[in-house]
Design a protein around this ligand. Structure first.
Ligand SMILES: C[S@@+](CC[C@H](N)C(=O)[O-])C[C@H]1O[C@@H](n2cnc3c(N)ncnc32)[C@H](O)[C@@H]1O
Length: 474
């Protein structure tokens, strides 16, 4: 499915002139019909577009999956548009405004009305958006989008990368990504091939990857989600190989899955994937038990888990989980930086809800790790301050002598909302962190006032708080 240069140019012109943009669509639909469409309820949007002229035609054609009169489509998009229509006037592709761009993808199972084919090209989904929000957006010269699909990660990359390379194994994905880039007039070098094969011997300042990370037996039912590698093999392989394709100090970010196997800590598992010479941050966002996992991914492909096909697939998949002692599947973000130092790895859970995008935090995490590396031996001589966004919560119970605190918890009110439980001496230490006295003086004062303090325990805690932006060197 190749969209010609002429057709892409025509689509762009029409989209701009009719106002088929993210704001334009909301403007016509209004908040309620727009929200209803997001819930998969098209009728309010259908009614709202009745008198909206060519823009209404485009919304019904591409966003509602309606059949539109050939004459109206020709008037809006020209005769060439016939190549992307069914004989009864429905769109065969999903072309929708997304932020400041348009994205070309395949119709999802709702719009198709059934299961998607094996080479289905995903549009902008939750996982895509999660990765866009978790990606650092510092200016770079070269960026690789591995497994570009509809091209969404590369679109975002165009705001901060000079040269973008996008790869995919799928011919169909590359054709649709090409159309996405043409309509948006964005220059991207597209390469076809498996994993890193198309970029052998090349290095990039930044790599982003939303891989086919669904875990299961080594089989490919759907290219967009199955890697053909057993279990979490795709995530493991990408984490292992990606740093080799980074320039010194270059950063790679990906979504990944990891198995939770009986008797094995997930953090030990993912650490085993890392090569030498990387800073690695694994953030676990969720853990799904096998039944939930299988049901979710069957529905995602448009397969009803109650149907005979759904039950057979679920049965085989659950057998595989059981045979491999898998109790759950962890999912999250991985940030990797190539360094010339020993590998440094932090694995942590971030399962609570938060609003701020993780990308700026990832950039800051990398800065903080570098600062700690450079100042490892100097922590005692450093002045720190607690930022205004950090607050202390105390939980106390009534005792013989009144309220007795049993929990002290630091909260960061911005970013990912980190929390740390701390003890009483650490609370006292932080109370003194106002940028005036170096740590060693504060420790001496606390020791003098309250008795001995365990500095060996205090310094790793300080390092943890620095990594999470809860203590700032000043
Ligand atoms: C989950 S989709 C991500 C698409 C898009 N980057 C996004 O963020 O929405 C995974 C993509 O990886 C591609 N892919 C699957 N197996 C691959 C392989 N062995 N090598 C390269 N790309 C692959 C698929 O075709 C698909 O486009």
């Amino acid at each position: 499915m190749e969209l010609s240069d002429d057709l892409c140019a025509r689509l762009r012109d029409t989209f701009l002139s009719t106002g088929y943009t993210a704001d334009g669509v909301v403007g016509v639909l209004g908040a309620q019909a727009h929200a209803a469409l997001g819930r998969g309820e098209p009728e309010p949007a259908n009614r709202a577009t009745r008198d909206a002229g060519p823009l209404g035609t485009l919304i019904r054609l591409f966003l509602l999956g309606s059949a539109e009169p050939q004459a109206a489509i020709h008037a809006a998009l020209g005769a060439q548009a016939a190549s992307m229509l069914t004989h009864d006037g429905r769109a065969t592709l999903d072309i929708r405004p997304y932020e400041d761009w348009w994205v070309v993808a395949d119709l999802d199972s709702d719009l198709r009305g059934g299961a998607v084919p094996a080479d289905h090209v995903l549009g902008v989904g939750h996982a895509s958006i999660n990765l866009t929000r978790a990606t650092t957006r510092r200016q770079v010269d070269t960026l690789l989008d591995l497994g570009t699909g509809c091209g969404v990660q590369a679109l975002h990359a165009s705001t901060h990368a000079q040269k973008i390379t996008a790869t995919d194994v799928s011919t169909r994905a590359l054709a649709l990504a090409k159309a996405t880039f043409r309509i948006n007039e964005i220059d991207v070098d597209l390469e076809q091939g498996e994993w890193f094969e198309p970029v052998r011997n090349r290095r990039f300042d930044q790599i982003v990857c939303n891989p086919p990370f669904v875990v299961g037996p080594a089989r490919v039912d759907y290219t967009y989600r199955d890697s053909g590698l057993d279990g979490d093999g795709a995530s493991a392989m990408i984490v292992r190989e990606l740093p080799e394709y980074l320039t010194e100090g270059g950063v790679g970010q990906l979504l990944a899955s990891w198995l939770h196997r009986k008797g094995e800590d997930w953090a030990d598992r993912v650490q085993g994937w890392l090569p030498h010479g990387v800073d690695a941050w694994f953030v676990q966002r969720d853990v799904a038990e096998p039944a939930l996992y299988v049901g979710t991914w069957l529905r995602d492909a448009g397969i009803d888990p109650r149907s005979p096909e759904g039950r057979a697939k679920a049965g085989a998949w659950l057998d595989w989980f059981a045979a491999n002692d898998i109790e759950g599947v962890g999912f999250g973000y991985v940030t990797l930086r190539r360094t010339d130092a020993d590998t440094e790895v932090v694995c942590e859970d971030l399962r609570h809800a938060y609003d701020d995008p993780l990308g700026p935090e990832a950039a800051r995490w990398l800065d903080n790790v570098q600062w700690l590396r450079d100042n490892e031996k100097n922590l005692r001589h450093t002045r720190f301050r607690v930022p205004e966004t950090v607050v202390l919560e105390e939980v106390a119970t009534q005792g013989e002598d009144g309220w007795a605190p049993i929990v002290r918890r630091l909260h960061r009110m911005d970013g990912p909302g980190w929390q740390h439980e701390i003890d009483e001496p650490t609370a006292r230490l932080l109370a003194g962190c106002r940028g005036a006295l170096p740590l060693e003086d504060l420790l001496a004062l606390i020791e003098y006032a309250y008795g001995e303090i365990d500095t060996d325990a205090a310094l790793p805690m300080v390092a943890d708080l620095v990594r999470h932006g809860m203590l700032i060197p000043s």
